[in-house]
Every structure is written in structure tokens, then in C-alpha cells.
Design a protein around this ligand. Sequence first.
Ligand SMILES: Cc1cc2nc3c(=O)[nH]c(=O)nc-3n(C[C@H](O)[C@H](O)[C@H](O)COP(=O)(O)OP(=O)(O)OC[C@H]3O[C@@H](n4cnc5c(N)ncnc54)[C@H](O)[C@@H]3O)c2cc1C
Length: 373
Amino acid sequence: MTFDALVIGGGLHGLSAALQAARRGMKVALVERDFLGRHASGATAAGVRTLGRDPAELPLSLEAAETWHVMEELVGDSCGFHATGQVQVAEDEAAMEKLRARVEGLQARGMSHEELIGANELKSLVPAMTGPCVGAAWTPRDGAADPHVTIRAFRTAALAAGVEMHEQCAVTGLSRREGTWIVTTSKGAFEAPVVINAAGAWSAEIARLAGDPLRLGLKHSMMIVTERASRVVAPVISAMGRRLSFKQTDAGTLLIGGGVQGRIHDDGQSAVVDFAALALALDTTRRLFPWTEGLRIVRTWAGMEATTDNHLPIIGFSNRAEGLIHDFGFSGHGFQLVPSVGRVVAELAAEGHTETDLSAFDPARIELERDAA
Ligand SMILES: Cc1cc2nc3c(=O)[nH]c(=O)nc-3n(C[C@H](O)[C@H](O)[C@H](O)COP(=O)(O)OP(=O)(O)OC[C@H]3O[C@@H](n4cnc5c(N)ncnc54)[C@H](O)[C@@H]3O)c2cc1C
């Protein structure tokens, strides 16, 4: 089984890189240990957010934002994206001052995707938010998508582009011989000169197998879905200094998250909900939307993903394992970046370089000594 590139991981980042590498004429295979979208990509809140991004991530995030508005051109489907806008509210003047400093800083650098709005404008944008707020930052072109429709659309497009996919296929070993990776899996060996490590929470394990030990943390973010309520909130809502992400689906259910952490399951391979932490997370929701008190929770879950010290992802060639491209560490905000990061990784795979500045995402910053592995 010989290919030009082998992608490890069938989450959205692996699918996007595989699709865009195949469109560049490469013969690509993708291997997934469970099934496509089983981990972070299937657990995500699917917020499409440029709002509040680290400046280092903004060029990729703004590029991705443009693609989300014309997603049909990339994968033949809108992926359920609605540009409802996103709002980050300030509950007091101190929070508003932080938002003001950020938005003015962006404007000084020529970026206008975030706008400041006052209390009255906020009230007319989200009348159902009756908690105390003095204003907000607002990104009208942001929104949210449907994660499962997105996974299906990227899968369909990747298959049509010629990507060979193997589910229930776990990578267990990597060795390099004469410029080619021999990748051992539960379904036999694959050979390719380029390997893309998009294994999410397990990316450090793949890097270690390739002789490139890295320091990565884990996140176990949780989500809540409530019963249906009258449809009253259009934008996605977050709050400055709080762990909140709040949106109302087309069906009227509320989807509440924002990075509140669960914990790792005893099997070490999945995340589980921590109900005490989840209860605390609902405080901000109740304060901003007192009418949510008494709504029944119908489902909760937690998803697992890799995180880095500064919450910026790792994207680029390994400095120590030739032909290995890292594509992980999205630290809880990688869904929005799927189209642009896939484009960059595909360029690296097909051409060996990219014009995009990846210095902020260099694996060097998380490298461990080889004998620490
Ligand atoms: C609860 C939650 C809410 C989120 N909300 C948002 C949001 O609103 N907006 C946003 O932008 N981002 C959000 N994120 C983050 C976003 O979902 C992730 O950054 C993104 O889905 C990561 O995709 P991935 O492909 O890198 O990882 P994953 O989807 O985890 O895919 C990695 C895959 O690699 C496979 N794998 C691992 N080891 C092996 C092996 N040895 N062999 C073969 N395959 C292997 C795994 O089985 C897995 O399927 C959220 C994440 C969570 C958990």
C-alpha cells in the first residue's frame, strides 16, 4: 500500500488536509483508529469564530472565515453554516475596557472584523439577554455550523477526490527507510514519503513513534444541550473573562459550552462529564439569561483534544523526523480553522513549503529531549 502521503487521524483536520492534498494531485490514504469524527470533531460546538482569536492565529482564521461563507466551493455543501454573528459581552466596565483595548489594537493593525457595541445596541441584537451588560464586541460574519454535516461533507469530498480511507485502522509504529515512512497499522503496513500527523489528542504518541517526542497537554471540554425553548437568540454568545459559549439551534435547543473541563475516562482514551464543574458553568448562563432557569438538560458530553501551553496549534514539518508534518494542538478552537489549515498542510505535503508564515506554530516550542521519550 504505497501512497504519496498518509494522513493519520480522521477528524476534520485530517480530512481537510487529505482532501486538499488529493486535489493537488497526490495519491493520499487516511487511516483512522475508530471512525471518522469520533473524537473532538464529532464533539465540537462547531462555533465559527474569529472573535477574540490570538493575533498569531488571525491570518489563518480570517482566511478560513472567507471559506466558510462559500463552503460549497470547497466541499459541495454549506456544512450547515449560518452567519448569525458572535457576541462577546462585557458584564462590567473592567471587562468592557479589555474588549475596547483589543478591538482598538486590531483596528490599529488594519483589521475590522471585530466591532464594539454599546448596551442599547446589544439589547436590540439580543433582546432575550436580560442580565447586566455594559456592551460587547461583535463579529457579524462569524456564526456556527453543523459538525456532523461538516464531517460528512469533508468525507464525501475527500472520497470523490480519490482519498483512500481506512477506519478501525490504528497506527502502531513508524519507521523511515530510504526517504519513505513505513507505517505499521492494525490493518497492515502503508508506505509514503510524507506522513501527516492529525491524530488530535494522540498526536504526541504518533510523534514519539516517529522519534520526535513532544510536550502536549489534554483538554476535556464539555457541552450541554437543553430541551427546546422558543427561538429567541440568534448570535453565538460568549462573555469576557468567563467560560461560556451559548447558542440556540434552529430546533430551539440551547447548546452551552465554552471550555468547562470534564476529565479523562479510566480507559485513558476518552473524556467523561464532570457534573459538579458543569453545574458551576451554568452560573453565567443563568445570570445573562435568567429565563433559562428550570429548562431541562437533555444531553451532556465531553470531547478530548490536544492543547499547548499558549493555546496555539502546532502546524508544520517536524524539525527532527524528515517528511513528518504536524497538524494538531488546536486547544479547543480548531473547528473554524479546518479549511485554511488543511490548505497549508496540503501545500506542505505537495510542494514541501508554503508562503504562509507558520513561525508561531513551529513544533520547536514543544520539543522534548529525545531520551525523555
Ligand atoms: C466540546 C468541544 C467543543 C468545541 N467547540 C469548538 C468551537 O465552538 N469552535 C472551534 O473552532 N473549535 C471547537 N472545538 C475544537 C475543535 O472541535 C477541534 O479543534 C477539532 O475538531 C480538532 O480536530 P482534529 O481533526 O485535530 O482532532 P480529532 O477530531 O480528535 O481527530 C483526531 C483523530 O485521530 C485519530 N487517531 C488518534 N490516534 C490514532 C492512531 N494511532 N491511528 C489512527 N488514528 C488515530 C482519533 O481516533 C481521532 O479520530 C471544540 C472541541 C470540543 C471537544
